[in-house]
Design a protein around this ligand. Sequence first.
Ligand code: SF4
Length: 740
Amino acid sequence: MISALESLLLAKDGPMTAELVRRPGDFGLGQVPARLAPHATARSICGFCSTGCSLQVHLNDAGEAINLTPDPEYPVNLGMACPKGWEALTPLAAPDRLTTPLQRNTATGRLEPVTWEQALQTFVSRFKGIQSAHGPVSVSFLSTGQIVTEEMALLGALAKFGMGLRHVDSNTRQCMATSHVAYKQSFGFDAPPFTYADFEESDVLVFFGANPCIAHPIMWQRVMRNRRNPEIVVIDPRRTETAAAATLHVPLRPKSDLTLLYGLARQLIVTGRVKREFVDAHTNGYEAFASFVQAFTLERVAGETGLPSSTIEHLAALIGTRERVSLWWTMGINQGHESTRTAQAIINLALMTGNIGRPGTGANSITGQCNAMGSRLFGNATSLLGGYDFESAADRAHVASVLKLDVDLVPKEKSWAYDQILDGIDAGKIRGLWVIATNTAHSWINQGRFADLRRKLDFLVVQDLYGTTETAQMADLVLPAAGWAEKEGTFINSERRIGVTRKVARAPGQALSDFAIFKLVAAAWGCGHLFRDWSSPEATFRIMRELSRGRPYDFTGIEGYAQLESSGGIQWPFAERDDTGAPSRGDRERRLFADGRFFTADGRARFFFDPPRPLPEAPDTDYPLLLNTGRGSSAQWHTGSRTNKSAVLRRLAPTTLYVEINPEDAARLGIQAQQPVVVASRRGRAEAFALVTATVAPGQVFMPMHFEAVNRLTFPAFDPHSRQPSYKCCAVRLELPKHD
Ligand code: SF4
C-alpha cells in the first residue's frame, strides 16, 4: 500500500490531460483569444451546477490550465457560461487549500499536519475499532453530488462491499431525492425525460418553485432562444427574478402547490381537456385520480392558495389547450414536506394532457448539483449500484457478478437516509462518520443540531479541498482532496447527458483525487483486491457501462472518454445497438418516452396522489412570519466554500446576510431599509440587514441559503417518501437588535 501511495504522490495522481488535448483548430472550435493562441485547450464539463456546460480550458506548454472560455460547440451551453463557470479555476488557487492530511492533536485540540501513512493508519484503526465495538453499522458516510461518477461508484462500492458499512447517503438527499422517488414510482425508473432543446420548443413553459434566471442561468438563456412566442408561467410565492421576467406570475400561498395542482387537474377534467387516448393507452390509475381530485373545486383551491379563480381557470386552459406544454420544477417543489406527491402531481398533469415524449413537452425536474444525476444512479445508497434494487436477490447476484464479488458482500437492504443517519448518531448507533465534499455543519436543516451530534461521534473524518469549512473545523481527521480540473471523470447533467471533465491542473501539496484517496483507503482497509479492476476513472467507467447493460440508462454504446468528448457528451440511453439491431446513433438531443412506453413492468406510467397535509410549522402569534430560503445569486454556490474564494464572484453577490421583508410588514414593525434585524425561530437566531421589497408577500420573508446562519432557523420536516428536508417553510419573527 505504501509503495502505491509513494508512487501516487510522486506522480500526483496520474497524468495531466495534456497528451489527450489537441490544438484548437483540431476541434474546429474557432479562434482562441490571441493572448492564448499558442497553446492547446482541453474541454471540461463545469463542476458547479447540473446544467453541465462545457468549458474550454486553455493550457500552457506544460499542459496546465491558465484560463478558460465557454465552449461554443457544446450542445448544452452553446458558448455561454454563468459567472461561476467563468471563475471555475479561481477556487483551486485559494490560500486555504489543504496540502497535507490534518489530524487533531488530542493534547492541544488543534488540527496538525500528518503524513498520508499516519492519516490512513488512523482512519483504519479508528473506524475498525468503532465497528468491532459497535458493529459494522456504526460507521457511515455522507457524500456529495459534486464528485465524478466514477468516484461515487468507487466510494459506494468500497463502503458497502469492502468496509461493511450499511447506512450511507449524500447531499443529493437535500436537493434531488424527491425527483428520484417521484420518477421511480411514476415512470418505473428515475428518468428525467427532457432535453434542453425543449426549452426552445415549448408553447407554454410552467416553472414550479424554480428560478432559472439565477439558479440555472444558461437554461434560462435557452428559454430566451425560444422562437415560438411562448407563455412563460412562474408559480412561486416570491416574485423571483424569473417571475419578474415571465409572462405570468402566479403568487400562491407558500406550500399550497399540491392543492393548486389537484385543482388544475380537476379543471382540466371538467372542461373536457384530458387527452383520453394518451391516458387510456399509456397510463394506469387515472380513474381513481380523477375521482380523488373532484374535491378540489375552484372555490376551495382559490380559498386555500389565495389565487383568484380566474387565474386557476386561465392556467388550466393554457396547459390544456396549447400544443406543446413543458412543466419544470426544482427546489421549491423538492424541498417540501409533501414533495414527492407534489412532484407527482406535476407529472400527473403532463400525463393527463399527453405532454410527454414530444418536442417542447415533459414533466421535467431540473437537477441541482453538477453530478446529482450520477449520485442518483451510482451512489449505492437508496438504490444498489447502477440503479438496481438491494432487496432483489436477482439484482444483487447480477451486480456481484459484474463486479466479480461474492454476492454475500452485497447488503440486502437499502441505506438509511441522511436524517436517519443523523438520528442514528443521536441514538448512539452510529459512532463514526466520514464526510466527503459536503458541508453538513452549514447546509443541513436545523444545523444547530449537528454541533450537538458531533459531540456524540467518536470519530469524524472530513475529505475536502479546504480545511476551513464549518464541518472540517469540527473533524478529528481531514483528508486533502483534489478539486474540479485536478482530476478526471464524468458528470451526468440534468438532461441525462454524460460528459467528461479533464485533469488540467495539479492539486496542491499532497492533495489527491477522491478516486486515489478511495483506492488508498481500500488498500489500507485490506479490501483493495476487490477493486483491482477499478484501476483508473476510465476503467471504472467501463465497469459502470457494463452495469448499465439492458437498463433504462443503458450506455453500452459509449466507447470511452474520447468519444464522449468528440460527441459533445451523450445522453443516456445509448445502447450498443438500437431496437432494430443497428448501432446507436449519436443524436445530439434526445428525449424519453416518444413511443409512450414507460419503464414500469407493463410499460404504463402511474398516477400517484395523497391529500395535502398542513404545514409542519405554521406561523402563530409568537412566530408570525413564514421564512422561505433559496439561492441568492448566480455568483454563489451553496455554502460558498468555493465561490467565496473568488474576488470576482464576491463582488457580484451580497457578502452580508439579508432578509427580504415586505414593505407592509416593515412599516408595521418599524423596520427601515438596510437596518440590522434579528430573524428568530424556535431553533436559533440570525442577524441580517433588512431588504425591504415587495418580492415577498406580507407575512413572508426570504433569506439566501449561502450564509451559515440561515440553517440555524430552518425546521426539520421531511417528505415521508423521499426523506428530503423541507427548507422552504418555517415560522420566524423579526426582532430589532438590542444595543448596550
Ligand atoms: S450554468 Fe452551471 S454548469 Fe454552466 S457555467 Fe454556470 S455553474 Fe457551470
